[in-house]
Design a protein around this ligand. Structure first.
Ligand SMILES: C[S@@+](CC[C@H](N)C(=O)[O-])C[C@H]1O[C@@H](n2cnc3c(N)ncnc32)[C@H](O)[C@@H]1O
Length: 267
């Protein structure tokens, strides 16, 4: 009996990737809108028809209040309330995302001793929620994102009365760091930033530019697509990572395909 092994020529793989990337450029949210349908049985199952986080439709001027940390897993910790204007019109970052909430919960649970007086940068901050938790805990925070998100981030900073602790700056991944970041950073935060394949090498480049020596990097990620592996293949050239082990909420968010990693720069 002969077995037939189908060999896909390199040029076909390249063509398929090019088509995928063009579709990504046309609609960066397409994988989030239509569900993570390219997981095999071995991968984490998704039951949601869409993987966009459920939240109320955005109403002009409407705000939501989120409480950190998660009271189920982090019992007995004084809660931090964050008010957010959510508005999807400037892009997906105008909504709050599950990995952002997970990272915010962890920071709030660790408490002020891990943040007071430390310089913190958040990448792809969106509404700014993770940075606001860091600022409320005493961090000296710069929340960054692309230009269309900056007005919403500034509005939300004021809404939380955090203008003294939290500053806003444009940072497009892969581009030179802005003036505010030409100094040592103690902590880098990133949540739900792996979803748009053409941006994978850019995000890795920015992490390389920002992270030196003992910079602590907390990287919260929700697995959605097999293609996310390509991000981690690029990342591993410069970083190793380990799951944050001390978070009591970990069994809860792991069930939802969310992981919280600490990244370590390779030497
Ligand atoms: C899925 S949202 C997550 C927002 C927020 N971190 C949270 O967890 O709620 C991804 C964010 O990454 C930002 N982003 C995407 N590509 C980017 C790039 N090339 N440079 C900078 N930010 C980018 C988006 O604007 C968006 O705010």
């Amino acid at each position: 009996m002969s077995s037939h092994l189908e060999v896909i020529p390199d040029e076909d793989v390249g063509r398929e990737r090019e088509i995928e990337e063009n579709l990504d450029y046309a609609d960066p949210l397409r994988h989030l809108m239509h569900g993570a349908d390219d997981f095999s049985d071995d991968d984490v199952p998704h039951t949601d028809a869409t993987v966009l986080p459920a939240q109320r439709p955005s109403i002009l001027g409407d705000t939501i209040t989120l409480t950190f940390p998660n009271p189920v897993a982090h019992v007995g910790v004084a809660p931090i309330k964050v008010r957010l204007k959510v508005d999807a019109s400037p892009g997906c970052g105008g909504m709050h995302w599950p990995a952002g909430q997970t990272l915010g919960n962890y920071l709030a649970w660790r408490g002020a001793s891990a943040l007071t007086g430390r310089t913190v940068v958040e990448l792809g901050a969106g509404t700014g929620l993770v940075g606001f938790v860091a600022g409320a805990l005493g961090g000296d925070v710069l929340i960054t994102d692309q230009a269309p998100l900056l007005p919403l981030m500034r509005e939300n900073t004021a809404l939380n009365g955090l203008e003294d602790r939290v500053k806003v700056a444009e940072l497009n991944w892969g581009e030179p760091l802005p003036a505010e970041l030409q100094k040592k950073v103690d902590m880098v935060l990133a949540a739900d930033c792996v979803y748009f394949e053409p941006a994978f090498p850019l995000l890795v480049q920015t992490l390389v530019d920002l992270v030196h020596g003992d910079t602590e990097v907390l990287f919260c990620y929700k697995k959605r697509r097999k293609a996310d592996k390509r991000f981690f293949n690029l990342l591993k050239k410069h970083f190793t990572w380990s799951e944050v082990a001390d978070d009591p909420a970990r069994p809860i968010y792991n069930k939802d395909a969310i992981s919280l990693f600490r990244l370590h720069r390779r030497h």
